[in-house]
Design a protein around this ligand. Structure first.
Ligand SMILES: [Zn+2]
Ligand SMILES: [Zn+2]
Length: 136
């Protein structure tokens, strides 16, 4: 199955040729600033299964994390963390069929906004759900 997505204006398109191995919510402040939304959600694919088409996304590098976005419409596309660089995490909302990617966990709930309640019974990780070599 091919998984496809893109930005709001359609200038940036992408596809992945394998199924995602990770689908999660992230409550961290960095994702909040990048997305503008109180909580973000991501779909992770092995990076070597991902291909982009159309306009090259713009990128913003913050330490080990590179976030990409459309240079035309500004829509956030994905992030890559060089500490776990074999995965490309696409914004769930950038997928063409977002309803197909049900998150399986919450990450960084220590940074969750106090008025946001999501009683879905999913596992809740205080910080990252994917261990980084430096322990963050
Ligand atoms: Zn766009
Ligand atoms: Zn985050």
């Amino acid at each position: 199955m091919t998984h496809t997505g893109g930005c709001r204006c359609g200038a940036v398109r992408f596809e992945a040729t394998v199924d995602p191995h990770h689908t999660s919510y992230c409550h961290c402040a960095d994702c909040r600033h990048a997305s503008g939304a109180p909580v973000s959600a991501f779909v992770g694919f092995m990076a070597d299964s991902v291909a982009f088409a159309g306009e090259e996304p713009r990128t913003y590098v913050n330490g080990p994390v590179t976030r990409s976005f459309c240079g035309t419409c500004g829509a956030p596309i994905a992030y890559v963390d060089e500490r776990i660089g074999e995965t490309t995490y696409f914004m769930l909302g950038a997928m063409d069929a977002p309803a197909n990617y049900k998150p399986t966990l919450h990450a960084y709930v220590r940074e969750q906004l106090p008025y946001l309640h999501m009683p879905d019974g999913l596992p809740r990780h205080v910080a990252s759900s994917v261990p980084r070599p430096d322990g963050t």
